[in-house]
Design a protein around this ligand. Sequence first.
Ligand SMILES: *[C@@H]1O[C@H](CO)[C@@H](O)[C@H](O)[C@H]1NC(C)=O
Ligand SMILES: *[C@@H]1O[C@H](CO)[C@@H](O)[C@H](O)[C@H]1NC(C)=O
Ligand SMILES: *[C@@H]1O[C@H](CO)[C@@H](O)[C@H](O)[C@H]1NC(C)=O
Ligand SMILES: *[C@@H]1O[C@H](CO)[C@@H](O)[C@H](O)[C@H]1NC(C)=O
Ligand SMILES: *[C@@H]1O[C@H](CO)[C@@H](O)[C@H](O)[C@H]1NC(C)=O
Ligand SMILES: *[C@@H]1O[C@H](CO)[C@@H](O)[C@H](O)[C@H]1NC(C)=O
Ligand SMILES: *[C@@H]1O[C@H](CO)[C@@H](O)[C@H](O)[C@H]1NC(C)=O
Ligand SMILES: *[C@@H]1O[C@H](CO)[C@@H](O)[C@H](O)[C@H]1NC(C)=O
Ligand SMILES: *[C@@H]1O[C@H](CO)[C@@H](O)[C@H](O)[C@H]1NC(C)=O
Ligand SMILES: *[C@@H]1O[C@H](CO)[C@@H](O)[C@H](O)[C@H]1NC(C)=O
Ligand SMILES: *[C@@H]1O[C@H](CO)[C@@H](O)[C@H](O)[C@H]1NC(C)=O
Ligand SMILES: *[C@@H]1O[C@H](CO)[C@@H](O)[C@H](O)[C@H]1NC(C)=O
Length: 528
Amino acid sequence: MWILLYLFVIWSSLRTFVTASDSTATIENVTVTSETVSTSLWSTMFPQMTVAFRSQRDIMGNLTVDQLPYVGVNLRRVLLNNETSMVNDGNNTKILTLIKSMLASEANVFVLDLKQHNNDLMVVDSTLLFSDVLSTLQSFIVSTQNNLYADMIVLFLNISTTEQGYTADDYQIQTLNTTFLLDKNLGSMYIYRPTDLQNDRAKNNAWNVYGKSSTDGWPTLGSVLFEQKKRLIIGELTHVFNETTAPYIFSHDVFHYEQGNSTLGCPSTVDGLTNLSSVQWRFLDSQFTAGDIKEYISCGLSPIISNPSNINNVTQLSGIIHEGSIWSWDNNQPSITQSTSKSMNSAGTLEAYNCVLLHYFANNGTATWRVDNCYNSDVGLCRYENSAFKWLVRTNKASYFDFDSYKGSKCPDQYSFNIPRTPLEQRSLISYLQNESFPDTEMWIDLNSISVSNCWVSGGPYASCPYQKVISTRNFVTMMVPASVCSFALLFIVVYLSVLRVPIYDNRKNWRRVINKISKSELEGVPS
Ligand SMILES: *[C@@H]1O[C@H](CO)[C@@H](O)[C@H](O)[C@H]1NC(C)=O
Ligand SMILES: *[C@@H]1O[C@H](CO)[C@@H](O)[C@H](O)[C@H]1NC(C)=O
Ligand SMILES: *[C@@H]1O[C@H](CO)[C@@H](O)[C@H](O)[C@H]1NC(C)=O
Ligand SMILES: *[C@@H]1O[C@H](CO)[C@@H](O)[C@H](O)[C@H]1NC(C)=O
Ligand SMILES: *[C@@H]1O[C@H](CO)[C@@H](O)[C@H](O)[C@H]1NC(C)=O
Ligand SMILES: *[C@@H]1O[C@H](CO)[C@@H](O)[C@H](O)[C@H]1NC(C)=O
Ligand SMILES: *[C@@H]1O[C@H](CO)[C@@H](O)[C@H](O)[C@H]1NC(C)=O
Ligand SMILES: *[C@@H]1O[C@H](CO)[C@@H](O)[C@H](O)[C@H]1NC(C)=O
Ligand SMILES: *[C@@H]1O[C@H](CO)[C@@H](O)[C@H](O)[C@H]1NC(C)=O
Ligand SMILES: *[C@@H]1O[C@H](CO)[C@@H](O)[C@H](O)[C@H]1NC(C)=O
Ligand SMILES: *[C@@H]1O[C@H](CO)[C@@H](O)[C@H](O)[C@H]1NC(C)=O
Ligand SMILES: *[C@@H]1O[C@H](CO)[C@@H](O)[C@H](O)[C@H]1NC(C)=O
């Protein structure tokens, strides 16, 4: 009888997870642990890169999604060309695995060329169905739907209507139900739709840090990922669909998408940068090298890699994607530490490698971030009010704890201790440093891992790490309600009865002591 009850509980819990994922998307709140992303066909992502990428995502949380740097690939050019379909011979397992590996290696924009195929769409020059690509995306999204790994994905569709020369195609494709395809293979709860944008704009709150009116603004990254729990924006590069025929898909007009050379300049004045940032969703589909991709990103463009390659040598592009996706940290940074602790070195001075210095090089006008000792004395970076592009380097040196303490920061009135949050903001900082003829300079920026090692946060030395709790009560509730109520009641009964029968009760105190010990060591910080 007990076995039957256990089995029933397991079955209904599993069912809960399936049904819960049908209705609303959830974000799991998980803890940082040692991590490696295994990507068999792709080069391995080092934990360091994962930490670097996550810290970038976190500092960009308050910026609107149309202003973020993305790195993408044009799948037809890099993977799904004619050669692919011949080599591949109808078995698409390898292509789908490669797409998933690219997602895991932090490419987050995909351009897909599609044509109609019965009631589905098919990827041009291949035997790959759109629904299979969507299922791959869905499985990636589900496996990364937590606060550590969740990030935006942008999918661009290039719909071909003239491929086979049918004049009727234009009419036919209008009858294609894209909503059905997306609901069935991906799930609408992960898609940020045009109606979601309308709702956000109607709310008229103060989320737009660039000060644009809420009639044409976009929500912040943090709001999309963690409040609305959406992951994907779908746009069309062609003009085949409209809001009636494809209500989940944003029209071409929303995006600034260019191929070949960019017509947007690369300004270095505050006015020019402000003008550039009034252009939303800036993409450049072109060929890039590991050497030049960072320059395009520093000009505020999101590169879409179109370098000719195929299924057999596409992995060679992984170096370019990595170069592009980390715009802030230096190579091999941030250095991974085992624990946060204040220690005394041989010379008898205090050491805590948990703070970040921005290194500026005057000779080539570049800047990069490196972890350093919080007790060192250095200058610090201040930002003028809410202005994205106005900086001041405070030149009286102090330790990280003294530069920004409970008593306030060393920045003058109207300025605050800060950090460049996008490549464009970093560009304006470099331009300021050049204007003021700064020599090579190292300065504190508002980023540290003082509260928890490898968890990089802004907000001064006392900012706390958001990844400490395994599952917060609130999230636990949204994840389980409503289908789970019944099975949890049962689980409770079973556990309760087991407790009565098994002497587990006696061990409770011991168990609690272990937990306390763990959380205590996690919380140990560096007092100033
Ligand atoms: C985002 O903005 C809010 C309100 O302005 C502020 O309280 C919060 O600290 C900011 N978060 C980050 C990560 O900058
Ligand atoms: C792809 O192959 C088809 C026939 O196999 C050919 O008609 C078409 O021109 C090729 N496209 C490209 C871009 O090479
Ligand atoms: C496709 O290829 C993979 C290995 O590359 C193999 O495991 C799989 O069985 C193949 N699938 C089909 C349907 O042939
Ligand atoms: C979209 O498809 C057309 C025709 O197939 C092609 O000429 C164009 O370059 C494609 N656009 C992109 C961005 O790949
Ligand atoms: C498309 O499919 C959805 C279900 O996913 C359905 O609600 C909708 O009515 C369909 N639209 C058309 C035009 O058939
Ligand atoms: C969308 O396209 C369909 C089919 O071409 C057309 O009937 C409909 O009027 C269009 N809707 C809008 C709002 O343009
Ligand atoms: C892009 O610009 C370079 C030089 O500025 C030029 O050589 C090249 O032809 C241009 N490419 C396109 C596609 O216009
Ligand atoms: C640099 O100086 C120029 C000329 O005075 C000015 O227009 C520009 O805004 C300055 N750039 C920055 C980032 O302060
Ligand atoms: C910025 O835009 C305004 C209005 O469009 C224009 O008058 C001004 O010249 C632009 N400034 C720069 C530096 O491009
Ligand atoms: C991949 O191979 C193709 C030829 O099949 C070549 O044109 C291309 O340059 C190669 N790409 C890379 C990244 O090596
Ligand atoms: C800029 O110069 C510094 C020091 O001279 C050097 O370490 C760095 O690699 C250079 N950066 C680039 C992008 O050339
Ligand atoms: C995760 O939990 C922490 C602490 O309970 C909370 O502050 C944070 O907002 C949560 N994050 C998300 C994404 O829900």
